[in-house]
Design a protein around this ligand. Structure first.
Ligand SMILES: [Zn+2]
Length: 82
């Protein structure tokens, strides 16, 4: 899978990115469109959510893309989804 840099995620704060479907069938995990939040409204670093998603990519091997990823499931379960 293609891995992105931390900068790639940070550049997309406020924008929608897509990820491959996770094996877990709950509503949250089946949702593939994610908006990278600007966390300053919660008094957190602006990059907080972007960095978190970056870590998810590396830890859970989740693939992220600018366009929707079709017909591809992720093997890993993912407990804490944003
Ligand atoms: Zn789930």
């Amino acid at each position: 899978m293609k891995k992105h840099t931390k900068k790639w995620f940070r550049n997309r704060i406020g924008k929608t990115i897509y990820r491959n479907k996770l094996r877990c069938s709950c509503k949250t995990c089946q949702k593939t469109a994610i908006v990278i939040k600007d966390m300053t409204e919660h008094n957190l670093r602006k990059e907080f959510h972007a960095d978190y998603i970056y870590d998810c990519q590396n830890v859970y091997e989740i693939e992220y893309s600018d366009t929707e990823i079709v017909n591809q499931e992720n093997e890993n379960t993912f407990k804490e989804m944003v």
